[in-house]
Design a protein around this ligand. Structure first.
Ligand code: NI
Length: 396
């Protein structure tokens, strides 16, 4: 491919760097809002490339601006850098050295791919009409998320378009999924407390058993998606934590429930707390119990702009050929990339990272999650191609 004819690095020449960076980051994962060492590594690596304006908008994030020779539009490219509270069970040579913390979502790869793209694009500076702004974002995994903080810190000021990617285990390596419109959901959080009246397990008539009531509430909540929501409108209501009781012969007085609600549609999202509370109120009252209900809105849904999606499609085809591009399948997960999309047209896309033959098949957030490292090169190439396309390189 002819992406880089400059005196700088080529995509081919940074491939080993990218894998090396990814493995280093994988060995030293850090949790959301605590990415001190990671962000310092990113800042130091960027400084080594030269030609960048590097700042630290928050204590554990890094922003790098590559300002081209001629004025023009600004393209932002975002990578998230944080890891998860998971004990890694992989056995490869670069397994996590921070006990209880693991890059189990692929953000180590995101960071490395984007560093690779920066290294290549620094050498293309003379050809860039405008600015490429590289956002190395902390805390994607933990609400309220790093993206919102970075937007408040001004990283999106003057940005005309924003792109970002996720290495994607549902998709095979060798494929890249792009889709305009809805891609990822709004992940909201619910907390319910059901209060009855405790007592002896053998004398239930003297109690209001909150465990029995909680069971009814959980079962009835499944009616929302099955019976209240338009079947053509994707949504999820999951109760994921239930806590109550201490031993076999005591009926407790209280049960706690926690769960998640996922929607794409804003009208349905607004409706969800009402539908849930209606069931909680009705069921608890039918059994003489009481409740508290808390609904917290999480990230906004990721909705891709048509123009930004078209830019990505061109970048995939130009960098990797026709056979690689596929239509992304939306996912019920959430992503705070959506915060950037409030400030500029943007698109998020999926880079296939699964490989059956190599046994790289575990889902994201699994203790043996891994990515096929051939996928990293795809990300670097797409970011470079998108920047050269958007900033009119070679056309001036
Ligand atoms: Ni992730």
């Amino acid at each position: 491919m002819s992406i880089s004819a400059s005196p700088g690095a080529t995509v081919e020449s940074v491939r080993d760097d990218v894998i090396g960076w990814r493995r280093h980051l994988h060995q030293y994962p850090e949790r959301s809002f605590h990415e001190e060492r990671t962000s310092q590594f990113v800042a130091d690596t960027l400084a080594g490339f030269g030609g960048l304006e590097i700042t630290r908008p928050t204590p554990t994030s890094v922003l790098a601006r590559l300002v081209g020779a001629v004025p023009g539009p600004v393209l932002a490219i975002r990578a998230d850098i944080d890891a998860l509270p998971i004990e890694e069970r992989n056995t490869h040579a670069f397994v996590s050295r921070n006990p209880g913390t693991m890059h189990a979502c692929g953000h180590d790869g995101h960071t490395a791919m984007l560093l690779g793209a920066v290294k290549v694009l620094v050498g293309e500076r003379h050809a860039l009409h405008g600015e490429v702004r590289f956002i190395f974002q902390h805390a994607e995994e933990l609400a309220p998320g790093g993206a919102e903080e970075l937007v408040k810190a001004g990283v999106m000021d003057g940005v005309d378009m924003v792109i970002g990617a996720h290495l994607w285990s549902p998709l095979a390596v060798g494929k890249v999924g792009v889709k305009s419109g809805s891609l990822m959901t709004a992940p909201d959080l619910i907390r319910i407390t059901i209060t009855g009246s405790g007592g002896h397990a053998a004398l239930p008539q003297q109690t209001i058993d909150p465990i029995a009531v909680a069971a009814q509430v959980i079962t009835n909540l499944q009616h929302i998606v099955a019976r209240n929501v338009d079947p053509l409108q994707p949504s999820v209501v999951s109760i994921t934590r239930i806590a109550g009781g201490t031993t076999h012969n005591v009926i407790p007085s209280e049960v706690e429930l926690e769960g998640t609600v996922r929607t794409f549609d804003e009208a349905l999202r607004t409706e969800m707390p009402k539908l849930i509370e209606r069931i909680v109120a009705g069921v608890t009252s039918a059994h003489g119990a009481s409740y508290t209900f808390d609904y917290q809105r999480g990230y906004r849904p990721v909705v891709n702009d048509e123009g930004a999606s078209a830019l990505l499609r061109r970048a995939v085809v130009n960098a990797l050929g026709d056979g690689v591009l596929t239509e992304a399948i939306p996912a019920m997960v959430g992503e705070d990339f959506s915060a950037y999309q409030q400030r500029a047209p943007g698109a998020f896309f999926f880079i296939g990272a699964r490989c059956e033959e190599r046994g790289i098949v575990q889902p994201h957030h699994h203790e043996r999650f891994d990515v096929d490292e051939r996928a990293l090169d795809y990300g670097t190439r797409i970011f470079v191609a998108a920047a050269l396309d958007f900033l009119g390189a070679g056309r001036g």
